[in-house]
Design a protein around this ligand. Sequence first.
Ligand code: 5AD
Ligand code: SF4
Length: 444
Amino acid sequence: MKPQTPPKTYRVKSFGCQMNVYDGERMAELLGERGIAPAPEGEEADLVILNTCHIREKAAEKVYSDIGRLVLAGKEAGKQPMIAVAGCVAQAEGEEIMARAPAVSIVVGPQAYHRLPEMLDKAQKGERATDTDMPAIAKFDALPARKKRGPSAFLTVQEGCDKFCTYCVVPYTRGAEISRPFKHLVDEAHKLVEAGAKEITLLGQNVNAWRGEDDKGRQVGLGGLIRVLAGIDGLERIRYTTSHPNDMDEDLIAAHGEVAKLMPYLHLPVQAGNDRILKAMNRQHTADSYLKLIEKFRAARPDIALSGDFIVGFPGETEAEFQDTLGIVDEVRYAACFSFKYSPRPGTPAASMEGQIAPEVMAERLQRLQQRIGAHQYAFNQASVGRTCTVLVERTGRHPGQWLGKSPWLQSVWFEAPAAIGDLVEVELAEAGPNSLKGLVKAG
Ligand code: 5AD
Ligand code: SF4
């Protein structure tokens, strides 16, 4: 590879989960520290970071086609961008990417991107750089202070996963569970609020597995952290995602009833409604233990909105077992859900299990599941009509004079009234659609 001119502009393309979005923001901040600016809209960037996701489907192929497109655009523009591949595909297939895609200068895993500046130095000298080490804590210590502006911010508190669900690559790409230290998180939350955040969403692959020592030396879990963050003036809303049923503790459940700033929303994936499938998935919980947990949350916070993740067509899933998934959806009456066709991930136990389900069967099950989920979501929105709540304004709406934001239950709400991004506006939910609601602001 030839020496490359130092990039002046960058673009980060993040795919996949919110943790990737967070990592993308932090990489952007690192580049900002180096004087590299975001490429203006519509202009080619000197440095492109593909921040990839490996959780489902043809993730790796997508990376290669993105690289191909960048090379082609570079040829047309007469100037090749420097290309970095980050995220979980980089972690899982770094060496292969380097071998197959000579246009790539940098491969950096999700636990190593704090070393991006050194890697840029190498790339500028014409050397290709790969770093897929996993010293997770070092990363956060090495990153520059946060400067993000915007009413709703992410804060990664925990990373990695020790659960080893048989379908999932995360334990391999993100590594073992680690918790960031309490003090670092409180400091980062203060900085986010000083920069304009009204809402913070605490992130982690198993966010409720977070454990730490508070300022009085006590061992606390996520509930304890949330109680402390709720004391920050100017921070109005706290959320967290994604949780695992087996890491829930009583204090976090109780916090939902006691901490006003903690929003009445819980994303708690169950994946399937049948115990044989849950066992084959190595979820280590049953449908019934999950439902009991949901009952506890509803007892602590009766209006809590629930969301979940589902996989259809896990190897060996019969029609009757799939029916149990529809059954649990009806029982919980989710306010929102994410649902996916099972996708064999290289190296995971489920990928070599017998009874892989035909794609058309999966597609048909997914359609039925999504219909059912959609019906519950619409019903939840309709049942919200008449409620008065705050909306955190995130952006302008489709038409002039309209604003769009989120209700406490994470519904999209639009309204027409004088407002600005970042305002918390009190509205009455007046009309419900399947995916959003109309709010009315009371005059005076
Ligand atoms: N196939 C389909 N969906 C998957 N998920 C994780 N791994 C797979 C896979 N191999 C889904 C799960 C998880 C969400 C983030 O992605 O539902 O909760
Ligand atoms: Fe993947 Fe299961 Fe860990 Fe979630 S809990 S990241 S689905 S292995």
